[in-house]
Design a protein. Sequence first.
Length: 142
Amino acid sequence: MGWGLFGLLIGLAEGVTGGTQIWKGALGGLLGGLLGGFLLEGAHRWLQNPLTGKAAGLILLGASVGAFIALIVVLLSKAWLQVTSGKLKGMEFILDKFMKPNGPSAFIGSDVLKADIVLTDPGIAPQHAMLSGPGRTLSSRI
């Protein structure tokens, strides 16, 4: 349970600093910490050298927490932007934090001072499109 709490705290920190929804980071961190804790204890017991076992276990714990945070964020996301042409073709952006009901609109564009989501492609206008939450429409098709 202690490793689950550790993962939860890492997930909360990632949610606050990484721009994802905080609860998604916390859930991913908790699940990753629980699984990582089991992997850490297993590696510690399986490897005969205590130092090697702890090192391998901590690597497995960190990988597990990171993987579960990313997995939960991706699986539970509702709004995506996929670039279909230009030099950023194939890149995807999760837009959940911009799509809250009655939340503020977000601009997509190429200028860091004029856009919330910046796509560094010369073929995109400084303020290319505006995204709004549910009940509103996109002002420009990308």
